[in-house]
Design a protein around this ligand. Structure first.
Ligand SMILES: Nc1ncnc2c1ncn2[C@@H]1O[C@H](COP(=O)(O)OP(=O)(O)OP(=O)(O)O)[C@@H](O)[C@H]1O
Length: 277
């Protein structure tokens, strides 16, 4: 099933939706303010199980703000956020944390915690504060440490890590939460090329196993290769939303991103950047 909506006066776009599965997360005409500025002005997108949705757009277009609305870190001033079809304002923090986890930009680190202890915090929503961690918790934490390549650093104090290593701790902590929806704010930031690919391949693998992923990113080449769908934001508005290869046409790339580029379709689509528009 596809859903068509007019996003601007001049452009009608198509948001593909899996007819079989209801969205696990949906923003409906969501508005948000920061200070005295309205920085999100009616954003609508949805993500279903097995899908990677990229949030892209120039600096300051509202990607992080939209992501923060998704996990209730910021209360929208209008519209709705639906989590597993329930209005997020009716859900407890713990319920939201059982469904959604987030890895944010510049994650805070708690000095004194090891990498393993920091990642194990991801298990918190799944138990009461009196519960001890179980063998299953330990196995999940072990798996997440391995998935992001932190085995050799597992005992290190997180405050002694590099930016890229901290980024991987943050991703592993979000994975340890075993969410249905994983939100990532620029997860490849600070990462060397190899770890960028490791993280993106991991997301692809987790999505094939049923996870819904929403990821903000600036690297459109990675977005083209790994995101099924894109929501393109400009100045707090949804400029386009739909299948990655359809959304990123040459006029949009020139108008929104100021670049001359083309997307080659294929089993694994690729983007060739030709220069400035
Ligand atoms: N505390 C604040 N008060 C007012 N405006 C803010 C505040 N924080 C952020 N903004 C503005 O909100 C807008 C959206 O910011 P946001 O961080 O969501 O953009 P972004 O698309 O994630 O940007 P980037 O790609 O640079 O990370 C920007 O114009 C930003 O300047």
């Amino acid at each position: 099933m596809t859903q068509t909506r007019t996003v601007t006066q001049t452009r009608t776009v198509t948001c593909p939706k899996d007819g079989e599965a209801a969205p696990l997360l949906e923003l409906v005409e969501t508005r948000a303010r920061l200070g005295n500025r309205e920085v999100l002005r009616g954003i609508t997108f949805a993500v279903t199980s097995g899908e990677i949705l990229g949030l892209v757009g120039p600096n300051g277009s509202g990607k992080t703000t939209a992501l923060r609305c998704c996990y209730n870190a910021l209360t929208p001033t209008g519209g709705a956020v639906l989590i597993d079809q329930a209005d997020s304002t009716t859900l407890s923090r713990k319920d939201i944390a059982k469904t959604i986890s987030a890895s944010v930009q510049e994650p805070t680190v708690s000095a004194g915690l090891s990498v393993r202890e920091s990642i194990a915090l991801g298990r918190t929503p799944h138990r009461s504060w009196l519960d001890r961690s179980t063998e299953r918790d330990t196995a999940i934490v072990d798996r997440c440490i391995e998935q992001v390549g932190l085995v050799e650093l597992a005992g290190r104090d997180v405050s002694t890590l590099s930016g890229g290593e901290r980024q991987r701790v943050s991703i592993a902590r979000a994975l340890a939460q075993e969410p249905k929806v994983l939100l990532l704010d620029e997860p490849t930031n600070h990462l060397d090329l190899r770890h960028q690919l490791i993280v993106m391949e991991l997301l692809a693998e987790l999505a094939s196993a049923g996870l819904a992923v929403v990821v903000t990113m600036h690297d459109l080449r990675l977005a083209v290769e790994y995101c099924d769908n894109l929501a393109v934001l400009t100045e707090g508005e949804l400029r386009a939303c739909g299948s990655t290869v359809e959304v990123l046409d040459e006029p949009l790339l020139a108008e929104v991103f100021g670049i001359k580029a083309r997307v080659e379709r294929g089993v694994r689509p690729r983007m060739e950047i030709l220069g400035l528009a």
